[in-house]
Design a protein around this ligand. Sequence first.
Ligand code: MLT
Length: 429
Amino acid sequence: MSKTAELIIDGKSYTLPVIEGSEGEVAVDISDLLEKAKVITLDLGYKNTGATKSAITFLDGDNGILRYRGYSIEDLAEKSNFLEVAYLLIFGELPTQPQYQKFQHDIKTHTLVHEDVKKILDGFPSTAHPMGVLASLFCSQTAFYPESLDPNRSAEGVYLSIVRSLAKMPTFAAWAYKNAVGHPVNYPDNSLAYCARFLKMMFALPAEQYEVDPVVADALDKLLILHADHEQNCSTSTVRIVGSSKASIYSSISAGINALWGPLHGGANQEVIVMLENIRKDGGDTEKWINKAKDKNSGFRLMGFGHRVYKNFDPRAKIIKKAADDVLNKLGVNDPVLEIAKKLEEAALKDPYFVERRLYPNVDFYSGIIYRALGLPTDLFTVMFAMGRMPGWIAQWKEMRENKEPIGRPRQIYTGEKLRPYIEMPKRG
Ligand code: MLT
């Protein structure tokens, strides 16, 4: 017997179907509520509203659970690598050896970008934020691959777009950085693995040899795994709704990059370091800033603490915290900003004010620390988040297209003026 819910409005009863997910999540299906009852629901920010049914990522905010296609984030971070996790998220299963080798080969085949991309890059001033450059370069792929404008052209065509997206993202990210620092861009070295190839494009200079530090490459690979997907977050919802209009994968993901840029979303990891730097410049008195964070009138908010979905802890933060300690120890990093971070972390984990409000260090707090320790410039932190989230955006866009989901078109409650006659200009005011 399928479950139902009863809604009573003005004394009239409406029966609505109740659906249950594979992990026991329950939803009231209101798909035909407007037609049945001539009412809609209102949920600012969609915090209580499911936009879709998805088989990609399971997230349990109360118990701090995050799984990609049923595999725990803890298992994947410890035993897998970013490209294998990308394959899992996009195609639904861990790849066999032959599947993985083909995927690696196909990606290596597409790491180069059209030489005309340099003309677009040259148009950006060095002061351009790398996220804006990245979104533009990524969207420009619709121009170089116009066949992608038909997102359903063929399975082979969609696969090619997927591989090109994953392959070229590190190249675009590194070139956006080189544009900011005024260095010549580097071409991808396909003899290297995914993260090592990116680091060499980022930091190699024509005047000297560059050797990738395996500690840095491994830490980066783990960070990308932890950022690979997070169900219907702001940027992923953006990718899905843009893709629902049958926009290409490149324009849908470019929209996701722009959504991720905001300081309330992917930009938070950059804001963490900005906050730590400000505390350092102010003398490093963490006690003073902790008290400011407790004072509602101060207008100061600790960046990198708490999460809108996880109620007790962010499972990714637990994994990154250990990776941060490992990287800082292995690289022998001694950075006053990171010392301030440790004091804030200690306070947040012990101080009743933060504990009661569940303001624990989140994934952005620790990722900002690691990216800084890895020598990445602060402006690149959100670009790294985008590089990590690429497989999730691709997987969710692909699922939405394969499920032939309708175009997203939310409704509203109108609160403006009622009907009124036009007034000629001389009679106004
Ligand atoms: C994410 O990973 O996208 C962020 O934690 C934000 C979110 O899930 O809402």
